[in-house]
Design a protein around this ligand. Structure first.
Ligand code: F3S
Length: 419
């Protein structure tokens, strides 16, 4: 990889040990992936924030670094709500370590708003064609696919190194040739809301790390694209996708339809909705907001909970900025007994670990909760999640009908009954 004179001096340690280490990480990656040079980036989003995932070794590594980041940089969710951490039974020891991690990042000049949806924040805008170094997989997918920016799925250390240098190695999704679709997916049903998370969960498993070009019957909203990309990045490793006639690269470039074609039918999405926890277990915890809720999603949750009282534990995850910007939604949601939680999520917080059956509205959480939290997961729309939190009447009746314990339309017919 070609280095400028200044970069060579940094690599020789002339700008200090932190930048030397950072450049060493980037040049090692550049050499592995055949990058020709380093390119400037507009921003960095840094994963490796939760004490649950990085532990003491991670804390030590970050604390040893000196200096300031060169581009706007922001953190991924931490292991707890940084202000109201005690509401989710986080231990004081964990809280102390978590705060130390965030402070160590803050010293480096990083904006300590911990969110996987930085593109919704004021002062963190992304334009078409921007080169970035982002690391959270759903944010990477959204930046590449929906915003038309260019980023690889960075690890925590490489995103931090890129932030400190203001540069990243020029390979992968920074290059035109790697952004061309390699597999075509035709969805043979109409989609709405949480269907996009279910589709992402199914599609990600089928395409792995390839770049899909999706042919959809409907035009998805941005929150639906967010859910689709997050799920494909979790059940597979999709960092870039295109939707014919919708996403910016697909609209600007005349992509040929890839030779490999996959068809997805409604019955495959139904299987995701039909997920159940084993041994007749019911969801003990309901979580909404993976990726973090947008303003529109907070409004929807608030509308569904208005004037009602939940009977199950329900956590709604969003960024602190949106929670602060929309106090009316927060108040309505919390008046119901639901908890709005910032800076963290159901996957990276240890708070989820004590539950054995968790209901989620996200294809990504559906893929990750079993492995990362040791709980079984059930998938449903925001409406179904709220219904479950309010007592689960609808889902419970449906399950009883399925088990034949209660007469539904089908069982009525079998039993000779009529409506
Ligand atoms: Fe965000 Fe956590 Fe989901 S980081 S995408 S809410 S797993």
């Amino acid at each position: 990889m070609h280095l400028t004179k200044e970069e060579e001096q940094i690599l020789n340690g002339e700008a200090g040990e932190t930048l030397r280490k950072a450049l060493e990480i980037l040049t090692a990656l550049g050499d592995i992936y055949d990058a020709d040079r380093l390119i400037p980036i507009k921003s960095a989003q840094i994963a490796g924030v939760s004490y649950k995932t990085i532990g003491d070794a991670g804390l030590e590594w970050i604390s040893d670094l000196k200096g300031k980041v060169k581009v706007p940089s922001i953190l991924n969710p931490a292991g707890m709500d940084l202000e109201r951490w005690d509401r989710l039974d986080i231990s004081p020891d964990f809280a102390e370590k978590q705060k130390e991690i965030v402070q160590a990042y803050e010293k480096l000049g990083i904006r300590c708003e911990c969110t996987c949806t930085p593109y919704t924040l004021e002062g963190f805008s992304v334009s078409y064609g921007d080169h970035l170094a982002w690391s959270e997989s759903s944010a990477v997918s959204y930046a590449n696919s929906v915003l038309g920016a260019r980023t690889n799925r960075e690890g925590g250390p490489s995103a931090l190194s890129a932030a400190l240098l203001g540069k990243t190695a020029n390979y992968g999704f920074h290059l035109d040739e790697n952004r061309v679709p390699t597999v075509s997916i035709t969805v043979e049903c109409s989609l709405n809301g949480s269907d996009y998370g279910a589709l992402g969960y199914v599609a990600g498993k089928l395409v792995g790390s390839r770049v899909p070009l999706l042919h959809l019957q409907d035009t998805p909203k941005t929150d639906e694209l967010k859910a689709l990309g997050a799920a494909m990045a979790a059940s597979g490793a999709v960092a870039l996708y295109h939707v014919e006639g919708v996403t910016p690269d697909a609209c600007r470039q005349d992509f040929e339809n890839p030779a490999e074609k996959i068809t997805i039918e409604r019955s495959q999405l139904d299987e995701v909705y039909e997920s159940r926890c084993g041994a007749g277990k019911e969801p003990e915890l309901i979580t909404i907001g993976c990726p973090h809720c947008s303003a529109a999603e907070l409004e929807q949750v608030a509308e569904l909970l208005k004037g009602k009282t939940v009977s199950k534990e329900i956590w709604v995850f969003t960024s602190r900025e949106l929670a602060t910007r929309f106090p009316e939604y927060m108040e309505t949601i919390e008046n119901s007994g639901a908890k709005v939680v910032c800076d963290t999520c159901m996957v990276v917080s240890p708070a989820t670990n004590k539950y054995s059956c968790v209901m989620v509205n996200s294809g990504k959480a559906f893929a990750y909760v079993p492995g990362m939290c040791g709980a079984e997961a059930v998938f449903g729309s925001i409406g179904a999640c709220i219904e479950e939190a309010l007592g689960g009447k609808e889902r419970k009746e449906k399950r009883e009908v399925e088990k034949g314990e209660k007469k539904g339309p089908e069982n009525d017919k079998k039993a000779g009954g009529s409506h």
